[in-house]
Ligand binder design. Sequence first.
Ligand code: G
Ligand code: G
Ligand code: MN
Ligand code: NA
Length: 253
Amino acid sequence: LTVEAQLRRALERGELRMVYQPKVALASGRIVGFEALLRWQNAELGEVSPVRFIPLAERTGLIVPIGAWVLHETCRQLARWNAGGARLRVAVNLSPRQFDQKDLVPMMQRCIEETGVDAGCLEFEITETALMSREVEVDALLHAIRALGVELSIDDFGTGYSSLAALKRFPVQRLKIDRAFIRDLGRDEDSAAIVRSIVNLARNLKLAVVAEGVETEEQLAILRGLACDDYQGFLFSRPVEADVVPALIEANR
Ligand code: G
Ligand code: G
Ligand code: MN
Ligand code: NA
């Protein structure tokens, strides 16, 4: 079987699962939420990286049923984690191919209703490149998604070409600084200047700002000095299996 044929069967065979990477408030060190990340374990292919199969899913349109499964599964977990009154926020990645799905917003609404998740605790991450490639139509779609009560963040920020006008107009609540800039923090001064500029830009636009790919204490110290809100990265935790999440939260209290 080709990889595509294998991917077509992955859903019905139960080969997909979500893992969750904590996002932590810089000031308090508390877990504020997670990013949900898709994993595919196949008998023949082993564990296939999303870097490989997400583009395939996008090309073939499989991202539509897979994206619906991702959202339903994540909402189901989030509703359970928050059942005791917690208000963890979980972010799901949206592919630009899903923008073409006619019933995208109704599908999202169904997920929220069926799982009973608090929409205010759900977030979608959309890459800056995806947003800017189709600025005009995307605008209305973002407003429709936002009207569900969910939050929106711009992923991999700093790698695309957002106009300030677009940033101001899009109904987004958060910027995620691309990890390429975080990687070079402490190594080159340009990266520190870029990160500082993004944090200031977010402040001025009243957006929250998250650093991704934090791997060292040095990077964390620099981010703290810049008053970045939250961070995510291997330094705190790699993405973990769903059943590990409650213990991780408990240990972080
Ligand atoms: O999990 P990992 O860090 O290997 O992810 C690699 C890439 O795959 C990232 O760009 C991430 O955004 C993307 N990705 C992971 N899970 C999902 C998902 O559920 N949906 C979409 N559209 N992209 C995902
Ligand atoms: O593009 P997106 O931000 O959705 O990508 C998330 C990806 O980043 C996942 O594949 C995740 O495994 C990866 N990731 C998360 N933390 C780190 C980190 O500290 N270092 C590196 N190199 N990758 C990370
Ligand atoms: Mn992401
Ligand atoms: Na990212």
